[in-house]
Design a protein around this ligand. Sequence first.
Ligand SMILES: Cc1cc2nc3c(=O)[nH]c(=O)nc-3n(C[C@H](O)[C@H](O)[C@H](O)COP(=O)(O)OP(=O)(O)OC[C@H]3O[C@@H](n4cnc5c(N)ncnc54)[C@H](O)[C@@H]3O)c2cc1C
Length: 452
Amino acid sequence: MSIRFVIVGGGPGGNTAATVAARLGAEVTLIERDLVGGAAHLWDCIPSKAMIATGGFLSELHRAEVMGVAADGRLDLDALRARISSIETKLHRSVCELLESQGVRMIRGTGRLKGPHEVIAETADGVEEIEADAILLATGSRPRIPEWCEVDGQRVLTTRQAYPPNEIPGHLVVIGSGVTGVEFAHMFRSLGSDVTLIVSRQQVLPAKDPEVAAALEAEFLRRGVRLYKGARASGIEIDGEALRVQCDDGRVATGTHAVLAIGSIPNSDGLGLDAAGVTVDPGGYVPVGHHLQSNVGHIYAAGDLSGKLPLSSVASMQGRKIAEHVMGLHTRQHRHLDYEKAASAIFTEPEIADVGLAEAEAFAEGRKLRVTKVPFSANAKALIEGDSRGFVKIISDPATGVVLGGSIVGRGAAELISVIALAVTTNLKVADLVDSVLVHPALSESLADAAE
Ligand SMILES: Cc1cc2nc3c(=O)[nH]c(=O)nc-3n(C[C@H](O)[C@H](O)[C@H](O)COP(=O)(O)OP(=O)(O)OC[C@H]3O[C@@H](n4cnc5c(N)ncnc54)[C@H](O)[C@@H]3O)c2cc1C
């Protein structure tokens, strides 16, 4: 008899696990209360990147003169909304088709555990109890709303209410300067809003390489984004057209709208975790071990619920690993997921991407490193494209030459980082990058130059 695998949540964690497990022969049931594809498709990755792409296109139009072209860009908000919705529909359809082709049973409803081997699905037609040999909880997370803030969905927004936008804010105050905050600051600035960014520390992107953060800050300042550094928002007041964000140091940021980008909380409430004996940590995450099992061996957690790196790409990879583990393909050590080697990108202008060891962190630990950096201003393709901002930095082991990490700031960073990610994952040496005959002229030539 095949393994009965029940999955609650159809985001990247849940739907990847469903496809892979079904392909490997499991009898899979996927319970999703909203749309398969998850928050990643509906509210997070996809709509934000679609808006950033439109903003990027507008920036390109503003650069038209540099390229020797006369152009006049006007934003059509209805067309933008239709574009986002059409991308989401296409992606939703393709995920559903993939799941159907693998024979996954999809239930539109809310799932919860009734016991260690029983899952309840509440649907519009009633309640169904499903027996399971293995269970995956992949219910994601939702935006964190602090107690001092009343979100009205009109002027004070969470990231999920900011698209498709009803209007482009005259002046947006972005609260929070992590990855989501800086992407929102960039997105709305490129769509024409004035932007003030509340930065609780002394640099945006506090977890990133200071040189990378400094490059983004310089570009924000050049584009007229106001940075309130060292300030924590502590209250919001609306007075007619004006909206004021009070900060704990006494400063007040005035705008027309505010968006909260201060992190998320896991969707673990109402999941029946007690009924199955699954432990949650004080933050509401389900702690998982090496194979992404909770304290109850056959109950797994993936994605944002697992409290690991909150990325769609990581959730998908976790889903794949869980499916393989459920189906008994877990003996090969090298198949473990190494979060330290996950590439990530920030879709700002300039684009930012990094992978592996961070320079500042490694120096703080006293590790010996070789750090090489080349600017895109020396790259022919960057000059041809009229945008030579940014750099490539490669971090390697001085004794062995093994590539340990890298950062890229500039055009195409999210794509280019794949090469360094592959090097980091497979222990390639800088000499391997130098020895590759690359395309000319291409931005990727800077990777080989940085590896020299
Ligand atoms: C603004 C923003 C932009 C982002 N951009 C990127 C990006 O560019 N790249 C990237 O890699 N990551 C990005 N992320 C992070 C990414 O969106 C998340 O890490 C990812 O969605 C997590 O996947 P998941 O499978 O855990 O959950 P989700 O995608 O949140 O899916 C969970 C699903 O579970 C369903 N669900 C919840 N509870 C139940 C229940 N009881 N019963 C049935 N169904 C349930 C929900 O309806 C949802 O569909 C972004 C996040 C934000 C906030």
